[in-house]
Design a protein around this ligand. Structure first.
Ligand SMILES: Nc1ncnc2c1ncn2[C@@H]1O[C@H](COP(=O)(O)OP(=O)(O)OP(=O)(O)O)[C@@H](O)[C@H]1O
Length: 191
């Protein structure tokens, strides 16, 4: 749940996001969203050059059944746990800058596990601080990071993935400390 006030993405007088099935009950929407996005996650993701457009296509792929704005940057300010994410007017330029940096680093290829963990943590942390979409950032950033890791020769192990530990590390990274996130990534890619 985000700290949002009078949000045009929500049904009037509620914090439930307007959705394609017109589900007005948060519990029902959560259940549907969880099921359909995990089905979509098992399908092949869109392909193409690593870019902001591909990142949006990942979000679109996961959330196409739920939200009309799947794959589109948000237009409202949002925060989580008091942490404010990038203002919407700066999202496009910040995502572009982040992906230009990634390209300069050859998409994290040819790196040792240690260097991959350090650079990967920085990428994920920056992406999370931007939080380009109104909802679904966590799932999209993880799916995209798994794709980058695979292409970089450091595929993430599914076993041993601890969502609570990842969440704590993501939150810590928001305050500028990327060490716990580096450690989560190192554990996920180490054989
Ligand atoms: N207090 C916080 N400060 C900074 N980042 C946070 C905070 N709480 C959560 N996050 C990050 O935001 C993500 C959740 O964003 P969002 O709700 O848009 O994605 P989601 O895919 O709908 O949710 P989830 O990741 O919980 O499945 C988390 O996965 C985490 O990376």
């Amino acid at each position: 749940m985000y700290d949002a006030v009078a949000d045009p993405y929500c049904y009037p007088g509620s914090t439930v996001l307007k959705n394609l099935l017109d589900l007005r009950d948060q519990v029902v929407l959560d259940r549907y969203e969880a099921e359909i996005t995990s089905d979509r996650a098992r399908e092949p993701f869109p392909e193409g050059k690593v870019s902001p457009a591909l990142y949006c296509a990942f979000h679109r792929h996961l959330f196409q059944d739920v939200y009309a704005w799947a794959g589109e940057y948000r237009t409202v300010r949002i925060a989580k746990g008091g942490n404010p994410f990038c203002f919407p007017e700066h999202i496009a330029v910040q995502v572009q800058r982040l992906f230009a940096d990634l390209e300069q680093q050859q998409f994290l290829r040819s790196l040792s596990i240690e260097a991959f963990a350090v650079k990967g943590a920085h990428f994920l942390s920056e992406l999370n601080a931007i939080h380009p979409f109104r909802e679904g950032n966590g799932r999209t950033q993880l799916a995209f990071f798994a794709f980058l890791a695979e292409r970089a020769g450091h595929p993430l192990r599914r076993q041993g993935f601890d969502p609570a530990q990842m969440l704590a590390a993501m939150i810590t990274s928001f305050s500028g400390d990327e060490i716990p996130l580096q450690s989560v990534i190192r554990d996920l890619v180490s054989k």
